[in-house]
Design a protein around this ligand. Structure first.
Ligand SMILES: [Zn+2]
Length: 299
């Protein structure tokens, strides 16, 4: 069977794309569920006659397993709406396998990237949102979608569920230090924008990877990235060889270990994270997203 293959060009990936996965689902409220394949995580919402699903997981087989799991916990209601939290294929690449007839909602900038990229299996956006905040209602399911500026990927949307006091923000803050290389994170404004979500009333935080967590660990995540940014700037002063992984890892582990060494994945990931962030300061950031007034992206 030939799978939708994203932007892969080699047939060798077919077995990866079709590899079966076991997803586990946890109910968060009367209408809200979270689902994970053990690493990636997303949410879906029961509406009046249908289901609103966020993202798709990152392979056709995982998208199909997502559909199967939704059908199991909410029988008889089709997925009528899929919301892309951002453009990345590992989260939102396979709506064609999850719900081929659904309306696809995303930020207008995500919509442009999706259209231009034309990845196999990532359905085009049918309902593009413009602006920072949207009180949405899809078939009776009401919540708020927020794009307060560039944090990760293009046109990133977070979701706030006021009734549940719950924030969902995919691929931004994690409940640990497993950020790896932080590809396509927009460092200049990332912490400032993520901290701005603390003006919302939420107690639970659902990240796009790993376990459901709470407001305190969301704050700790902001603190960690901010401290990493400061440590990476100190590396210049110390003439640390900033292109060398082991040198940067040793430096930031020494700087941050006392305060953040308890975070899961700190020893394995902090060196890669530091390599990425130190280059932000070296180069000045990546494009318009990393300027002080990134609102220009919306102009
Ligand atoms: Zn992403």
């Amino acid at each position: 069977m030939s799978e939708h293959q994203g932007i892969f060009t080699s047939d060798a990936v077919q077995d990866y794309l079709s590899a079966e996965a076991t997803l586990s689902t946890e109910q968060l409220s009367d209408r809200l569920w979270t689902i994970s394949d053990g690493k990636y995580r997303t949410i879906f919402v029961e509406a009046d006659q249908s289901v609103v699903a966020f993202d798709t997981f990152g392979t056709p087989a995982r998208a199909r397993a997502y559909a199967t799991e939704i059908k199991r916990v909410i029988p008889g209601k089709p997925v009528s709406t899929v919301i892309y939290t951002h453009d990345h294929l590992d989260h939102a690449g396979f709506a064609a396998d999850l719900a081929p007839d659904a309306n696809i909602v995303a930020d207008e900038m995500t919509a442009k990237v999706v259209a231009m990229r034309a990845a196999d299996g990532q359905l085009p956006v049918t309902d593009a949102l413009s602006g920072a905040e949207h009180k949405v209602s899809y078939d009776g399911a009401e919540f708020v979608l927020l794009n307060r500026g560039p944090v990760h990927g293009t046109g990133h949307l977070s979701a706030w569920f006021e009734e549940e006091k719950l924030l969902f923000s995919s691929d931004t803050i994690l409940p640990n230090a497993r950020y790896g290389l932080m590809p396509d994170y927009h460092i200049a404004n990332f912490v400032k924008i993520m901290r701005s979500f603390l003006d919302l009333d939420f107690e639970r935080f659902v990240p796009g990877r790993y376990e459901v967590t709470d407001r305190d660990r969301f704050v700790e995540g902001c603190d960690y990235i901010e401290a990493m940014q400061i440590a990476c700037q100190a590396a210049f002063l110390g003439f640390v060889p900033i292109w060398v992984h082991d040198a940067m890892a040793g430096f930031v582990q020494n700087e941050l270990g006392e305060r953040f060494g308890h975070l899961d994945g700190f020893m394995e990931h902090s060196g890669q994270t530091a390599i990425r962030i130190v280059h932000h300061y070296l180069m000045g950031g990546w494009g318009l997203e990393d300027t002080p007034e990134p609102g220009i992206l919306l102009a």
